[in-house]
Design a protein around this ligand. Structure first.
Ligand code: C2E
Ligand code: CA
Ligand code: CA
Ligand code: CA
Length: 279
């Protein structure tokens, strides 16, 4: 039994070492990735169901590493958060998304917002509003064409400070959305204190909405609350016609998901925009 215990312990430590090693390798690659221009942005439309128009394109970061291949954000954003690399990466995302939106506007596509995800640590960074204003200025993009997607967990840190920062951003004319709504840890009472425009129903509630009464109940609750607070509401992760019909029946005005389009690289998104019959 002692033997066994020891070998198990050995296995445990070696897999720990391996994990730590992988993490270190990834951290080193992540540090170099910005200079090596290994990041790119994909864009996914948010659609107004009544008009069929694209109201916004959400920027989603991708990391193409020569050794590791394509890495999705869930595999490196947490590490970027831990190491602080999220700050320069986040600035790069914002700058790139704003410049791209300006490019599409100059190509005469009907103007849409571009949405950028901000993680809690990014949101806590000093002089955030100055940075955002500067990047908008550099891109020559009007603030009304920028949307920031924040999770409820942003609110956990320091409510006063968060409200202050959100007020500044909102006063500039930037659109603020609460992402993954209903999955965070904060209470609902903060919602009415915040200058936000949109609640985004998390895709975990959309996935089984046609078969799971609890998920449907949550979606209904969010839509109803948004209506009474005069907020916009969007459902993410809409993959099927059945989900779309049900949400439309609940008067959910905007949707996003594979049913409409997967996140696309710039060239493919530009093709998609060109092929739309704009009213
Ligand atoms: P999120 O903001 O909730 O983004 C939605 C995720 O769902 C995206 O995954 C998107 O590709 C995926 N998705 C969209 N439609 C569907 C659908 O119909 N079905 C399914 N199953 N999935 C769908 P992605 O791109 O892997 O991003 C994952 C998360 O990483 C994002 O979740 C966001 O929290 C974070 N993230 C992505 N880009 C950035 C970024 O530039 N900065 C920061 N801070 N976080 C980012
Ligand atoms: Ca998002
Ligand atoms: Ca989300
Ligand atoms: Ca999410």
């Amino acid at each position: 039994a002692k033997e066994q215990g020891r070998s198990r312990y050995h296995l445990y430590t070696s897999s720990m070492d391996e994990q730590a090693f992988r993490r270190l390798t990834m951290e080193n690659s992540l540090r170099k990735a910005l200079q090596r221009e290994e990041f790119s942005l994909y864009y996914q439309p948010k659609v107004n169901i009544k008009t069929g128009q694209i109201v916004c394109l959400e920027a989603l970061v991708r990391w193409q590493n020569p050794e590791m291949g394509l890495i999705l954000p869930n595999q490196f954003i947490p590490l970027a958060e831990d190491t602080g690399l999220i700050i320069p990466l986040g600035e790069w995302v914002l700058r790139t998304a704003c410049a791209q939106n300006k490019t599409w506007q100059l190509l005469n596509y009907p103007p849409m917002r571009v949405a950028v995800n901000f993680s809690p640590r990014q949101f806590q960074q000093p002089r955030l509003t100055d940075m955002v204003e500067q990047i908008l200025g550099e891109a020559d993009l009007a603030p009304c064409w920028l949307e920031l997607e924040l999770t409820e967990n942003v609110m956990l840190q320091n409510v006063e400070k968060t409200v202050q920062t959100l007020n500044r951003l909102s006063n500039l004319g930037i659109h603020i959305s609460i992402d993954d709504f209903g999955t965070g840890y904060s209470s609902l009472s903060y919602i009415k204190k915040l200058p936000i425009q949109t609640l985004k129903i998390d895709r975990s509630f959309v996935h089984d909405i046609n078969t799971n009464a609890d998920d449907a109940a949550i979606a209904i609750a969010v839509i109803t609350m948004a209506q009474s607070l005069r907020l916009n509401v969007i459902a993410e992760g809409v993959e099927t016609l059945e989900q779309m019909k049900l949400l439309d029946g609940l008067n959910c005005p905007e949707m996003q998901g594979y049913l409409f389009s997967k996140p696309l690289p710039v060239a493919e998104m530009t093709t998609l925009l060109s092929n739309i019959k704009w009213p």
